[in-house]
Unconditional design. Structure first.
Length: 236
């Protein structure tokens, strides 16, 4: 299937529509770092969407000699299925609902508000535990590279983008190892440049299919990765 891309999308044509192209998330980060080497030692900040985006972003930040930070976003899940989401909440309280899914599932106003409140508390706790109380205003006028381990629907990424734009960032770019073609097109329209090594089309898409080794990233692993990066960064 031919893939038609916007001018601000950078991919690796040799990896299009392939699966099992990355050994693991670290390998995905290595490939992206090579694609984004123009940013090496510059003024950009690598912003990871935890949990799965952090292993990718950590490798990128290390190889590109850039600071690493978090853009905490969490999906609002259905009351009867915690794997399926109908919206998302970002680190600054930004909320976006997928109105089509809200209507399809027949969610009541009370269920929606309960979901928003529960997710907001989860995000606030995660920000406090992983990032602390550092200000977001420091990003004004800076460049950011927003990173996740893949783009399926892209809804969580859209909410992260909306929240980061409110900080006054001058240039917002997205980098993901793998992504669904339709989501890539939608996200690209919201950012300066979108980097995706492995773009896939077709009727179905799973981020995990791009990886040989795939497992969930726990909260403890996220904290350890951040601590390791900060310790090494302080040595510099």
């Amino acid at each position: 299937m031919a893939i038609s891309l916007a001018k601000n999308v950078v991919d690796l044509p040799e990896l299009r529509d392939r699966i099992a192209v990355f050994r693991d998330r670290d390998h995905g980060g290595e490939i992206l770092a090579e694609m984004l080497k123009v940013y090496t030692g510059g003024d950009a900040t690598v912003m990871a969407i935890p949990a799965g985006g952090l292993p990718v972003a950590k490798v990128m930040a290390e190889r590109l000699n850039l600071p690493l930070d978090l853009a905490v976003v969490s999906k609002i899940t259905l009351p009867w299925n915690t794997e399926a989401g109908y919206g998302a909440v970002a680190f600054d309280g930004t909320v976006r609902l997928n109105e089509n899914l809200v209507a399809r599932f027949g969610l009541t106003k009370e269920q929606i508000q309960e979901g928003i409140d529960k997710t907001s508390q989860k995000v606030a706790k995660r920000v406090k535990n992983l990032r602390g109380a550092g200000p977001w205003s420091g990003f004004s006028g800076q460049q950011a590279i927003l990173v996740d381990d893949g783009l399926a629907s892209g809804f969580t990424m859209l909410v992260a983008i909306e929240a980061l734009k409110k900080t006054g960032i001058s240039s917002l770019n997205v980098a993901v190892p793998t992504g669904y073609e339709s989501s890539i097109v939608r996200i690209a329209s919201e950012v300066n440049t979108l980097y995706c090594a492995n773009i896939r089309g077709g009727f179905s898409f799973a981020v995990a299919d791009a990886y040989v080794k795939w497992s969930d990233v726990g909260e403890g692993e996220v904290a350890t990765l951040l601590a390791d990066f900060q310790r090494e960064h302080m040595k510099d």
